[in-house]
Each structure stands twice: as structure tokens, then as C-alpha cells.
Design a protein around this ligand. Structure first.
Ligand code: ADP
Ligand code: MG
Length: 417
């Protein structure tokens, strides 16, 4: 019957130094301790890692964590090790793989991080049979679903791996899954439907603003001037990131405010340095592709701007969710153009049939968010299956209700794209 929640609270204080659980963390932890499988849908920053790290410390055996990115694994490793948790990762860049395997076999690991591509190999399954396991944690579990926004085929191979260890409970974690994706994740990972736990998605301290793009450089400059703290400007392509970083840097640099670019095309050391500069800054602006942000723990990001249409509502929610983790007022601005929708529709025609329906549904949902003259937050939260009040008082449409003529004009623009 596993150790109970009182013990979990003691461990939370002693090992992690936290005074209490947040949101639904305790429910998720209790299920893992009781050996029951769970899909936890919790917003970015809600503290998903803790829900498997804590049981991993308390339970006998090793918790196997499947994670999609080496950078994410290493962030987690650093913080776990700093808390005195026995953790290691098996990746192509970790050169001490033999040591890790020995530690695992000797039962000396609480956490073993691995990517799905490695976890699906026969010798990994064999390795897992050599020592007791406490839990399977599947992080970023939306990657298992084609309905999700980040499908990763190797996630599909986690079910047969876990099925080989039927006595080990499963904990799938994601920040971004609509109803459809949730059902698919449960199915793909073999988690019973009553194992679904969904945390509230509302981020009341984030003000949502969405506007048509006319002069993005000027619009974003004004936005940044209104928001003095550190912030992220997302641009759709590397080229746009470079250009915008240069333009904004020329203007803001004169006022002593740093602007740095971030995208996957930059050398690793430049990316690391720019990220580091941002994390420790109190007023820096980072211009980035969506490659930026995963696993970055900066609580005082005051604004997030999108210079172009995000890929999906899930992406928009996740990216804007990097603002205001400290709970202080923060603003999210999205600039969109009819050409964004035209391009997205063109891409629709190019993807293969199996994915087209999902992509179209995603695009329609985004159009709904952009077009609405009603509360943006209500549209967002309904998308995630919640039943919010009709107005929030903290989005552009609630603060400055649009005139009907503007709305008609907007719809006309969208439809003619
Ligand atoms: P997620 O994966 O859900 O985006 P993380 O697991 O990265 O979130 O946690 C976000 C932050 O919240 C981390 O800095 C973590 O240390 C902190 N955190 C987690 N649980 C608690 C808690 N119970 N009390 C205080 N801080 C917490
Ligand atoms: Mg996480």
C-alpha cells in the first residue's frame, strides 16, 4: 500500500525544500505512490517534474523517465542532483554510460533519464529487467499523439516497453493536450481513462492581446517600451529572428537594453551564452524561434510577443505561459497577418492526408482565437476543456471591447486570405 501522503509531505520539505504541494501535485503523487497509472495534464510551470521525482525518491527501485530532449534531461539532472537525488541519463553525449548502467543494476539510481529512441531498443528492455523499477514517467507525453502538436513516432514504442513490466505504474505528463489528444495519449500509453488528472489552465496574471500586424517592428518596439522587464519575442523563422533582433537591437541598444537572438542555427556555445544572459537579466529581450524556452526556468519574464502566427493554440499557450511564472502581471502580444493564414492553408495542402485533418482543426482553432471579439481567455480555456466565465477583464477584448465594424473588417480580412 505504499507510503502515504504525510510521508510525501515530509519528503517534499526535506528533499525538495518546498513547504507544500501546488495544485494537483498531491493527487498525482498519491496515485504514483499507490501504484496507479496516471495522465497528468498540468500547465507549464505547474511543477510536473516533482510528481515523478518525489515518488522516485520514496519508492523502492528506479524511476525510468522518458524525455524528448537531451537539454531537458540535463536541466532535470542538474536540479535533481542538486537536491541530492541519485539521477543519471543515458544519452549519446553522456560519456559515463557504463557507470550509469552499473549504478542502475546495483539499485543505486532513483531516476534514469532516457530518450524514446534509446528506450525502444531491445538491449534497453533487457537492461530494465536487471533491477527493480518504481515508475515509468513519460514526459511531454503529447509527443505520442498525432493529434498533439509535436508528434514523435518513437513515443509509440513506449507502450510495448512498458507492457513488458505490467506491475510498474505509468505516469504520463504534458502541458498541452486538448480532449482529443488526451484520449489518444491514454490509449497509446495504456493508461485507464480514470487515471486522467487535469489541472486548471488559467494563468490570470497574463494579459492576452492579439492584433493585426501592420508595422511589426514599430508595434513590437512600442510593446517593449510599455513592458520594461525581461521578455521573449518569438518569430517564425531563423531569418526573421536575425532580422528582428538586429532591428530591435539598434533601437533598444541606444537605451541600454540588450537584445540577443536565439535559434537552432546558432552555434551551441552562442545559444548557451545568450540563454544564460537572458536568464540572469532583468531587462533583456531575447528574439527567438520556438526552439527557445523548453526547460528554461525564469520566473520573472514580463512579456512574450509573437511576431507571427503560432503553430497552434497549444503552442501559443505554452509559449505565452513562459511569462509571469512568479504570478506578477505579465503581457502576451500576438501579431498576425492574413498572409500567415494563407501560408498555413498552403501548407495544409502539402501535408499528407493522415495529418491534414488534425492540422486543419488546429488552424481553425487558432483562427477562432484570433477572430473572436469576445474574451480571449474564455476561448483559450474552453479549448482546453474548461468552462470559464464569459469575461476575464484581463485581455484586449475585455479591456477595450472592439467596435462591431472592426470585427467585421477582421473577418473579411481572414476570409479573403
Ligand atoms: P513543468 O514541467 O510543469 O513546466 P517544472 O517541473 O519544471 O514545471 O517546475 C517548475 C518550477 O516549479 C520549478 O522551479 C520547480 O522547482 C517549482 N516547483 C515545483 N513544485 C513546487 C512546489 N510544490 N512548491 C514550490 N515550487 C515548486
Ligand atoms: Mg516539464
Amino acid at each position: 500500500l505504499g507510503p502515504d501522503l504525510d510521508e510525501a509531505r515530509k519528503c517534499l520539505a526535506q528533499v525538495f525544500g518546498f513547504p507544500g504541494f501546488r495544485g494537483v501535485q498531491d493527487q498525482v503523487v498519491a496515485r504514483a505512490l499507490a501504484g496507479r497509472s496516471t495522465l497528468a495534464v498540468m500547465p507549464t510551470g505547474a511543477g510536473k517534474s516533482l510528481t515523478y521525482q518525489l515518488p522516485a525518491v520514496m519508492l523502492e527501485g528506479t524511476c525510468v523517465v522518458v524525455s524528448p530532449l537531451i537539454a531537458l534531461m540535463h536541466d532535470q539532472l542538474r536540479s535533481a542532483t542538486a537536491n541530492g537525488i541519485r539521477a543519471a541519463a543515458l544519452t549519446s553525449v553522456d560519456t559515463d554510460r557504463e557507470v550509469t548502467i552499473d549504478r542502475f543494476r546495483a539499485g543505486e539510481l532513483d531516476l534514469l533519464y532516457v530518450a524514446p529512441e534509446r528506450a525502444s531498443q531491445p538491449h534497453f528492455r533487457e537492461l530494465l529487467s536487471k533491477a527493480p523499477l518504481s515508475l515509468f514517467a513519460i514526459d511531454e507525453a503529447h509527443c505520442v499523439s498525432e493529434w498533439g502538436h509535436d508528434f514523435r513516432p518513437d513515443y509509440r514504442l513506449m507502450r510495448p516497453l512498458m507492457d513488458a513490466f505490467p506491475q510498474v505504474p505509468r505516469l504520463a505528463l504534458t502541458a498541452t493536450a486538448d480532449r482529443h489528444t488526451r484520449a489518444d495519449i491514454l490509449e497509446q500509453l495504456g493508461i485507464p481513462a480514470d487515471g486522467l488528472i487535469v489541472a486548471g489552465f488559467d494563468r490570470p496574471n497574463i494579459q492576452y492581446r492579439i492584433a493585426p500586424r501592420d508595422n511589426p517592428q514599430r508595434q513590437i518596439l512600442r510593446f517593449i517600451a510599455d513592458n520594461p522587464g525581461p521578455g521573449v519575442v518569438y518569430a517564425p523563422t531563423r531569418a526573421q529572428v536575425e532580422k528582428l533582433a538586429e532591428q530591435l537591437g539598434a533601437q533598444l541598444g541606444a537605451e541600454g537594453r540588450r537584445v540577443l537572438p536565439y535559434h537552432a542555427g546558432l552555434p551551441a556555445h552562442v545559444r548557451a551564452a545568450n540563454q544564460e544572459a537572458f536568464v540572469s537579466s532583468e531587462d533583456m529581450v531575447i528574439v527567438a524561434t520556438v526552439a527557445f524556452g523548453m526547460g528554461i526556468d525564469k520566473p520573472d519574464v514580463r512579456f512574450v510577443a509573437h511576431a507571427g502566427l503560432p503553430k497552434s493554440i497549444e503552442g501559443y499557450y505554452q509559449e505565452t505561459g513562459r511569462a509571469g511564472r512568479d504570478g506578477d502581471p505579465s503581457v502576451a502580444l500576438m501579431l498576425w497577418g492574413a498572409d500567415d493564414f494563407a501560408r498555413a492553408r498552403q501548407r495544409l495542402a502539402e501535408v499528407d492526408e493522415t495529418r491534414r485533418q488534425g492540422e486543419r482543426t488546429r488552424l481553425d482553432a487558432l483562427a477562432g482565437l484570433v477572430e473572436t471579439t469576445a474574451c480571449r481567455r474564455a476561448v483559450l480555456l474552453r479549448h482546453f476543456g474548461e468552462n470559464p466565465p464569459a469575461t476575464c477583464g484581463n485581455c484586449d477584448n475585455c479591456l477595450e471591447p472592439p467596435a462591431l465594424t472592426d470585427a467585421t473588417e477582421l473577418a473579411r480580412k481572414l476570409l479573403s486570405a
